[in-house]
Design a protein around this ligand. Structure first.
Ligand code: ADP
Ligand code: MG
Length: 385
C-alpha cells in the first residue's frame, strides 16, 4: 500500500492530471460463515486494510485501469457491444462497470489506478474491496449519488455473474456499510443492518494461516448446492421455505430422515450458525465477551466438522489461538480451506497473544503467520486527502 501522495504521483505518471481518491475496506467476519447465501445472518467488521483508487473522468466511454499490486493494466470500451469476462483480475473491476450500466446507471469513462493493502486470497475479501472501490469511483466520477446498499448488490452481481463466483452479499455489503469501532449485524434477506459496538476491553485479532488450498471455489459452489438440496428435500415436510434461514434447529432435527447424511450435516452448520449469530449479537451488545467467544469456538467446530471447510493448518492455528491467556474465542473466518483466523482477545493480552501464537504456529507448521489487532472502520467513501 502506498501513501496518498505516492498514489497521486503514480496516477499522474501513468495517466496524467490530478485524480480524486476513494477507498473501500476489506473485512473480517466475526461470526456467521456461509450463512449469507442462505438468506441468514452475518456479523463482519470492516478493516484498516483497504483498496484505494486514484481516478479521473474521461470524455469518452473507455475505462482504463492499472493495479499497483500486480503492475498490470487493461481497458474496456463501454460503448462496444458484448464486453465479456477475461478470466483474470480485471473481471472484478470491469464486471462492476458492466453491472452498473445494466442497473441503469450510465457511467463515464475513467482512468483508475488501484492500490490495495488487503492481503489477496486470504479470506479478508480483497475482491470485494476492489469491486466496491471501483464502483464507488465510477458512480462518483459520473455524478451519481452513491446508495451503499445498491452498490453492494451491484458488486455482488458482478462477482456472481461476471467473475463467476457465487458469493453471498456479505463482503460487498460490509465494505460499503462498515461502521467505525463496530461490528455490523446484517440480515442478508432484508438487508437490514445494526451496528454492534465492540467492547473496548476486547480487541479483534486476525492471524493469517498463510495457506490457501486451491479447491476453495469448487467446494464453495458444492456447499451452496448442498444447501439448495436441503431446502428442496425439506420443503414437502416444512411447507414454504425459501432458504435454510427459514428452518429452525428443532425442525431440522425432526426431519433429518429426509436428508442424506452429508446434506444433513451441511444444513446443520447453516441452521446452527444462524442461531449463533443471533445470540452473538445479543451477548456482544450486553458486553458478555465470554459468551461471544464460546459462540466463536462453536462456530469453528461446526465449520470444521459439519461444513468441512477448514483445513489442518487452520485447525492448528485456531487451536493455538483458543488456548492462549486472555482469549475469549477464535475461529476460521472467510470462505475456507485456508486463509485467516479471527480471535477476540482481552485488550491487555493482545501483545502476548500475537507473540505466542506466531511462535507456536511456526513450530507446529513451519509457516510464519501475519498477525494483527484490528479496529473496525467505516465503509467505502472518498479518501481524506
Ligand atoms: P479474497 O477476496 O479472499 O482476497 P478472492 O479469491 O475472492 O480472495 O479474490 C482475490 C482476487 O481478487 C485476486 O486473485 C485478484 O484477481 C483480485 N484482486 C483483489 N485485489 C486486487 C488488486 N488490488 N489488484 C489486482 N487484483 C486484485
Ligand atoms: Mg473474495
Amino acid at each position: 500500500m502506498v501513501d496518498t501522495v505516492s498514489l497521486r504521483e503514480a496516477f499522474a505518471e501513468r495517466f496524467g492530471g490530478t485524480p480524486q481518491l476513494f477507498r473501500a475496506p476489506g473485512r473480517v467476519n466475526l461470526i456467521g460463515e456461509h450463512t449469507d447465501y442462505n438468506d441468514g445472518f452475518v456479523m463482519p467488521a470492516a478493516l484498516e486494510f483497504e483498496a484505494q483508487a486514484a481516478a479521473s473522468v474521461r470524455d469518452d466511454r473507455i475505462i482504463r485501469i492499472h493495479s499497483l499490486n500486480n503492475g498490470q493494466s487493461a481497458e474496456i470500451d463501454l460503448s462496444a457491444a458484448g464486453n465479456t469476462p477475461r478470466g483474470d483480475w480485471t473481471d472484478y473491476a470491469f464486471g462492476v462497470a458492466v453491472m452498473l450500466e445494466a442497473a441503469g446507471k450510465q457511467i463515464s469513462g475513467a482512468d483508475i489506478l488501484v492500490s490495495s493493502s488487503v492481503p489477496v486470497g486470504s479470506g479478508l475479501s480483497s475482491s470485494a474491496a476492489l469491486e466496491v472501490v471501483v464502483g464507488y469511483t465510477l458512480l462518483s466520477l459520473s455524478g451519481h449519488a452513491v446508495d451503499t446498499v445498491e452498490l453492494a448488490q451491484i458488486c455482488q452481481k458482478a462477482e456472481n455473474d461476471y467473475v463467476g463466483m457465487r458469493c453471498g452479499i456479505m463482503d460487498q455489503f460490509i465494505s460499503c456499510n462498515g461502521v467505525h469501532d463496530h461490528a455490523l449485524m446484517i440480515d442478508c434477506r432484508s438487508l437490514e443492518r445494526k451496528p454492534v459496538p465492540i467492547d473496548p476491553k476486547a480487541r479483534i485479532v486476525v492471524a493469517n494461516s498463510m495457506v490457501h488450498h486451491a479447491l476453495a471455489d469448487g467446494e464453495y459452489n458444492k456447499r451452496r448446492n448442498s444447501c439448495e438440496e436441503g431446502v428442496r428435500l425439506l420443503t414437502p415436510a416444512l411447507g414454504d421455505i425459501a432458504a435454510l434461514r427459514d428452518v429452525s434447529f428443532a425442525a431440522l432435527e425432526e426431519n433429518r430422515d429426509f436428508l442424506p447424511e452429508l446434506t444433513y450435516r451441511r444444513c446443520r452448520h447453516i441452521v446452527t450458525e444462524n442461531e449463533r449469530v443471533l445470540t452473538a449479537a445479543e451477548v456482544l451488545e450486553r458486553g458478555d465477551l465470554e459468551a461471544f467467544g464460546q459462540l466463536m469456538n462453536a462456530s469453528h467446530a461446526s465449520m470444521r466438522d459439519d461444513y468441512e471447510i477448514s483445513c489442518a493448518e487452520v485447525d492448528t492455528l485456531v487451536d493455538i489461538a483458543q488456548n492462549q491467556p486472555g482469549v475469549f474465542g477464535a475461529r476460521m473466518t472467510g470462505g475456507g480451506f485456508g486463509g485467516c483466523v479471527v480471535a477476540l482477545v482481552a485488550a491487555e493480552a493482545v501483545d502476548g497473544f500475537i507473540e505466542n501464537v506466531r511462535v507456536a504456529y511456526r513450530e507446529a507448521t513451519g509457516h510464519t503467520s501475519d498477525i494483527f489487532a484490528c479496529a473496525p472502520q467505516d465503509g467505502a467513501g472518498p479518501l481524506d486527502q
